[in-house]
Design a protein around this ligand. Structure first.
Ligand SMILES: [Zn+2]
Ligand SMILES: [Zn+2]
Length: 245
């Protein structure tokens, strides 16, 4: 379902910042816009023939929002003829608006949606897509509203698809214990034991140990560090972001 512009952790320059997108009707849905993402959106012609661009942000670490300001200015000036209604940004805290303001990108160039949940009418698609942000734990140095450090996002269209995107996290959302509810579960993971603010691979193994192989395969691993053992993860039955599923 998701295509990836990058699948790496913050320091993995080879894989690049983890960022993903999907298209419905004539609209683009983009998740996270880290430092190296803006040029890739251009190289991949993501905005050609689009009537609206929807950008979802999981949290404010720069490997997730580093080139967002530039992207918004570009869309406003070069793509949508200064029509901010076509440039939609979704994040459930005003903190993002403040960050962009400090970078000189005001709400004049984009439309900000601060809701946790909503349904969207999508151009050329006719059915409403639902999104749902859920607060999760990542690092206490990010604190939007006491203990909200990052957001997990679920996207669904009742009869067609439902997928979960973890963002960066150090926890396993209990809802994922029922993988049958999802088509795909995109999950951040690390094999670096000292990286406590990220989700430990061993914990993922433990959390999924009783799942049948076809359910375990729904876990698509992303935000991979350079030492991540992809072959081992595949042997253990998981999928890898950016590889053919
Ligand atoms: Zn990150
Ligand atoms: Zn992070």
């Amino acid at each position: 379902m998701l295509k990836f512009l990058g699948t790496g952790g913050a320091f993995n320059t080879k894989r690049g910042n983890t960022s993903a997108y999907f298209e419905l009707g004539s609209e683009l849905f983009l998740i996270d816009v880290g430092e190296d993402v803006f040029p890739k959106t251009i190289e991949n012609h993501l905005f050609d023939q689009k009537t609206r661009v929807n950008i979802f942000i999981t949290h404010l670490h720069s490997d997730h929002v580093g080139s967002l300001g530039t992207l918004l200015a570009y869309l406003y000036i070069n793509v949508f003829g200064q029509d901010r209604s076509k440039i939609c940004v979704y994040f459930p805290s005003e903190a993002l608006k403040e960050l962009l303001e400090l970078q000189g990108v005001t709400e004049e160039v984009y439309t900000f949606y601060v809701n946790l949940w909503d349904e969207l009418y999508v151009d050329g698609y006719q059915r409403e897509v639902e999104y749902n942000f859920e607060a999760g734990k990542h690092t206490p140095y990010l604190d939007y509203k006491k203990n909200e450090n990052c957001y997990h996002i679920t996207f669904s269209q009742k009869k067609e698809f439902c997928f979960y995107y973890s963002g960066d996290t150090c926890e396993f959302n209990h809802q994922l214990s029922n993988p049958y509810a999802y088509d795909w579960i995109y999950h951040e993971v690390t094999m670096i034991k000292s990286a406590e603010v990220h989700f430990q691979y061993d914990k993922l193994l433990e959390a999924t140990k009783d799942m049948p192989a076809d359910q375990k395969k729904k876990f698509v691993l992303m935000h991979l560090d350079s030492n991540f053992d992809v072959e081992r993860a595949k042997m253990d039955g998981f999928s890898i972001a950016g590889e053919q599923l």
